[in-house]
Design a protein around this ligand. Structure first.
Ligand code: SAM
Length: 253
């Protein structure tokens, strides 16, 4: 059996997503490496080079989970600019994921500094974050888990300063038919089986695969970003690994 995610009523999606990430939290980082063969690291590195934060950047990393993007962000600022004034808020709906993230940061120079903080909440309602307060907003592999993507984008727009940048890294659609076939087998058969073997949790990984299928393709998502008020450059996205993932970006001008 699996979640039959396509048929989950809208009002149950949030609870289901919470349960999935509570289940996977302790194994999340290792499973990412196992399932992507480490490729998610390359995507995230590229994502951060594309954001190219300048000294003092204030970042809100939504659906920040165990802090992968936040860590890369602070490392980038330190290594590229020798900067220790940049700061990041890791924002996530799931306390279990945030706990794993906090624990990771205790082993870094950022621990107990103003550079990193954690906040629990729903991406659809950033009520404790003021208007026009952030230089950048990132969301990596998180937006497809949200029930109302339009509300997420609206909130992103609200909290960014004029000139601020929205950037999203998310699984996307593979257009090439041959690669798409291979990817189908990998995601529908291999990923849930690996979830079963490594994490003893087939259902959560089945959900993750189904949520990828359900998310709008590149162009449709780019249109949603424009509809939220953002200005996009060119087509508004960049495909990674044949479109297995994509980076979407927009500016609040
Ligand atoms: N950004 C991290 C990364 O790239 O490794 C974590 C990605 S993880 C696949 C998705 C995260 O989204 C989980 O930590 C989950 O708790 C969070 N999430 C799901 N729905 C959310 C929502 N509505 N608001 C905020 N976070 C949410």
């Amino acid at each position: 059996t699996h979640f039959g995610f396509q048929n989950v009523p809208e009002n149950m999606k949030e609870a289901l997503v919470k349960q999935v990430f509570a289940n996977v939290a302790s194994k999340y980082d290792i499973m990412n490496d196992v399932m992507s063969g480490g490729v998610h690291r390359l995507w995230k590195d590229h994502f951060m080079r594309t954001l190219a934060p300048t000294p003092g950047t204030k970042l809100l990393d939504v659906a920040g989970g165990t802090g992968d993007i936040a860590m890369r962000f602070l490392d980038y600022c330190k290594e590229t600019h020798g900067d220790n004034t940049a700061s990041v808020t890791v924002f996530d709906i799931n306390p279990n994921m945030l706990e794993v993230g906090k624990e990771r940061f205790t082993k870094t120079p950022y621990h107990n500094t103003q550079q990193v903080s954690f906040m629990e909440g729903n991406a659809e309602n950033l009520e404790h974050i003021p208007d026009n307060s952030m230089d950048a907003y990132t969301i990596a592999f998180g937006i497809r888990n949200c029930t109302h993507v339009d509300r997420v984008l609206k909130e992103a727009y609200r909290v960014l300063k004029p000139g601020g940048r929205f950037m999203c890294l998310e699984f996307s659609k593979v257009e090439n038919p041959v690669i798409s076939k291979v990817y189908d087998v990998f995601s529908f058969d291999v990923i849930p089986t690996m979830g079963q073997i490594v994490a003893n949790d087939r259902d959560s990984y089945q959900y993750l695969v189904e949520s990828i299928r359900k998310f709008p393709p590149q162009k449709e998502f780019a249109k949603m970003i424009k509809d939220a008020g953002f200005t996009v450059m060119g087509q508004g996205y960049e495909d990674l690994t044949f479109g297995v993932a994509a980076i979407h970006s927009g500016f609040k001008l």
